[in-house]
Design a protein around this ligand. Structure first.
Ligand code: SF4
Ligand code: SF4
Length: 750
């Protein structure tokens, strides 16, 4: 082949490939950027750049699974380094002796990464072959992923590396190899040695064919990747860069402005149509690698519910591409009238304004309502908002925000949600707590104490440092109340001055917000902020991680700024300072369950363990799924108030794991976790499979035993119901885990 023909063929491939790539890239760019605004995506550039360095260039999350992580690490860096060889291939198209440099070190680096990528793709293939039979099983993280495209991609990467090494080997024979006779470029030299029997002419033809072959396979790869799920190769980098920092957990992404003055008839709350997604949410969809790490950790999926965070993202992505022409039309959006589901739930608050998009100047575009057409209702309501998916995702997809956005639309626009939640929402709205017991019961737990705690009347006394935010469960549930009393006694013993709001405390609104009722959340939040500000409260200690998360992380967006601690943080500080001195040995094996809203959402992992480690004799035994891989108790995301009638029970799954450690005590630091784990332990005890002596306790209760000198040796350390009867007993011996199912409110009641 003459030089002119070689150049003509190479440039023709390039022009055609570039045309396809540019057309597709422009389409993807327009599709993403035509999404709704995503506020705050440039709020912390330093943290965003740091995450890009750690998660993209350092492959931090992927390396948590060392095998596939290392293979991915070398593939990623191989692509970056081997960009140099693409430049060299284009140079060789015009002049076969072209080189960026003759420095042998570059030859070594290029050969090293070429071989590393080869080894990586062989290991990817081995993993896929090994897992192939299992990937059809629900337990496989690849269940539901597109597997064929992965094989095509591996084949093309192999093609890129094979053509590269062969043309460099042929160059060794023709004398065009730029890195001299040294063996630094070991792989190219080895192939060159294998080709030595080949004549100069044959080697030249092979060199030309492989240069053109490499250019062809590279463009074919680019075109294929941009048209498959492997487009993550190019879009996951900006997705990580624009993700919420420090991570998309804790507060929700948006706090909608519910000011009636600012609402128009086009105002839409949440996500009901694919067109309501923000540009970042659209970028999330095309960034998914279908790796299934999220699915693997999801408690709903693990207990045979229909929710898989991976499948949610994949289904939304498929629907987005199906609806691309409508989305790019740039017109007002409306649900397709014949597909709008009939509401079966109940609007609970005045915030259900029923606002929908209306006729604009342009003709509205009709789109399928997402729920139930794309995302089934059981999928949407199965989520506990535990955040395991967000924590695991290597490309920082923000599943929880998207799921709650879809819930917001269902609740506020469609008035459609599981009927069991109606009573809880009504109780919060009318009585200030999910159980509807009312403010008069909020101080009942004080009766079990032998000392006085100031109840704030107008303002917190000057000599009182902390406001103890008790929380609804901590004040009203019998089991959680024991923790509240233990914390109060510990603070008193440590000499900490604190007061409570008593009847002035009201639900933070967390259960309403996670269910999607943003209006009720903001009403509760504003009322509480007003109460706290008028009482001149500066420092708060909260015993419930959900209250802690709301007040510390979500109230600032509504003007409430307070210094908030979880009780384990304060207790650990007091222990370290010597203000609390545990004495009695608690010779027991204790396992600790990380509450999702304390651990993953707020990264408080060490302090609760620190409290337990201060207790002499305690043997802390970790569960397999712990810390940021902790498994939800099943109560988050307002699931505490919903029936769990699909699959197995999440709290039983978690409790079985805790029991498998052989622990005498299952400890935690959240009243909801305490109730869920205690229920599951009792059900196992009722079956006779578990010792009656095993207890579920808050870490504060464990600590208090040691301080009170109630040491234990393999027996029952926890206060019994009789011992704590003075606490009130309002809720009866079984606590207040659920609303009365016998009298559900009428659908549509408000
Ligand atoms: S937040 Fe938890 S329950 Fe919800 S999809 Fe993610 S992993 Fe599953
Ligand atoms: S959402 Fe993230 S973790 Fe889940 S499959 Fe996609 S890339 Fe993997």
């Amino acid at each position: 082949m003459t030089v002119d023909v070689r150049i003509a063929v190479g440039l023709a491939i390039t022009v055609i490939g570039l045309g396809f790539v540019a057309w597709r890239a422009l389409f993807l760019f327009r599709l993403v950027t035509s999404g709704q605004p995503a506020p705050g995506r440039f709020a912390d550039i330093g943290a965003q750049v740091k995450a890009e360095i750690m998660d993209v260039f350092g492959q931090r999350k992927l390396l948590k699974r060392p095998g596939p992580g290392l293979a991915h690490f070398f593939t990623f860096w191989g692509f970056i380094v081997l960009t140099l060889t693409i430049i060299e291939a284009y140079g060789d198209l015009f002049d076969v002796t072209f080189s960026l440099t003759t420095w042998p070190g570059l030859g070594f680096i290029e050969d090293f990464f070429a071989v590393a990528v080869l080894v990586a793709i062989i290991s990817f293939a081995a993993i896929r072959i090994r897992q192939n039979p299992a990937r059809r099983e629900r337990r496989s993280r690849f269940y539901g992923s597109h597997t064929r495209a992965a094989w095509y991609t591996l084949a093309m990467i192999f093609g890129v590396i094979a053509t590269l090494l062969i043309y460099r080997g042929a160059q060794v024979v023709t004398g065009d190899f730029p890195y001299g006779k040294s063996w630094w470029a070991f792989a190219s030299r080895s192939l060159g040695a294998a080709f030595t029997g080949m004549g100069h002419g044959a080697a030249l033809n092979l060199e030309t064919a492989m240069i053109l072959g490499q250019i062809l396979v590279i463009w074919a790869f680019f075109v294929f990747v941009l048209n498959s799920k492997h487009m993550h190769i190019f879009v996951s980098e900006p997705n990580v860069l624009f993700s919420r920092r420090p991570k998309a957990l804790g507060p929700l992404a948006t706090t909608p402005d519910l000011d009636p003055e600012k609402m128009t008839e086009d105002t839409v709350f949440g996500t009901g149509l694919i067109g309501h997604l923000t540009w970042k949410q659209r970028l999330d969809l095309i960034s998914c690698t279908e790796c299934g790490r999220c699915q693997d950790q999801c408690p709903a999926w693990a207990t045979d519910k229909p929710l898989s965070p991976k499948l949610v993202i994949m289904d939304l992505r498929e629907h987005m591409f199906e609806s691309a022409s409508e989305l790019l039309a740039g017109q007002p959006l409306l649900p397709k009238p014949n597909e709008v589901p009939v509401a079966v739930g109940a609007a609970v608050s005045d915030g259900s304004s029923g606002a929908t998009a209306s006729d604009g100047a342009a003709e509205p575009v009709a789109l399928k309502p997402l729920v139930p057409n794309v995302i089934a209702e059981d999928v949407l309501w199965s989520c506990t908002t535990c955040g395991a998916c967000v924590e695991q995702c290597p490309v920082d997809i923000e599943h929880v925000d998207t799921i709650v956005d879809m819930r917001r639309y269902q609740v506020l626009i469609e008035a459609r949600f599981p009927s069991e939640a109606n009573l809880m929402l009504r109780n919060v709205e009318n009585r200030g707590d999910p159980w509807g017991l009312g403010s008069s019961q909020r101080t009942a737990w004080l009766d079990g104490l032998d000392f006085e705690i100031p109840v704030v009347d107008s303002t917190i006394p000057d000599d009182v440092e902390y406001l103890f935010w008790v929380g609804c469960a901590g004040a009203l549930d019998e089991r959680a109340r024991r923790t509240t009393q233990a914390i109060a006694r510990l603070l008193k013993q440590a000499g900490v001055s604190f007061a409570v709001l008593g009847p002035k405390e009201s639900c933070t609104g967390d259960p309403a917000r996670r269910l999607g009722n943003e209006y009720l959340f903001q009403t509760q939040a504003q009322q509480n902020i007003e109460t706290l500000q008028s009482a001149n409260v500066k420092k708060i200690v909260a015993s419930c991680p959900h209250c802690f998360n709301s007040i510390a992380r979500e109230y600032p967006a509504l003007g409430g700024n307070f210094e908030v601690y979880h009780h384990t943080q304060l207790l650990e500080k007091l222990l370290t300072a010597g203000s609390l001195r545990p004495q009695a040995r608690i010779e027991q094996k204790i396992t600790y369950h990380d509450p999702c809203y304390l651990g993953r959402h707020n990264e408080v992992y060490d302090e609760p363990r620190g409290v337990l480690n201060h207790v002499p004799g305690v043997q802390l035994e970790e569960m397999h799924r712990c810390r940021n891989r902790g498994f939800c108790c099943g109560a988050g995301g307002s699931r505490m108030w919903l029936e769990e009638n699909i699959g197995s029970r999440i709290n039983v799954n978690r409790t079985d794991e805790a029991l498998a450690t052989g622990a005498d005590v299952i400890s935690t630091a959240c009243p909801y976790c305490l109730i869920m784990l205690d229920d599951a332990t009792k059900s196992r005890q009722a079956e006779g499979s578990v010792s009656e002596n095993i207890k579920v306790m808050d870490v504060a209760q464990v600590l208090e035993q040691s301080l009170a000198g109630v040491g234990a040796r393999g027996g029952s350390p926890a206060p019994t119901a009789e011992e704590t009867k003075g606490a009130g007993g309002l809720a009866g011996s079984e606590g207040l885990a659920a609303p009365d199912p016998a009298s559900p409110p009428e659908p549509g009641a408000s």
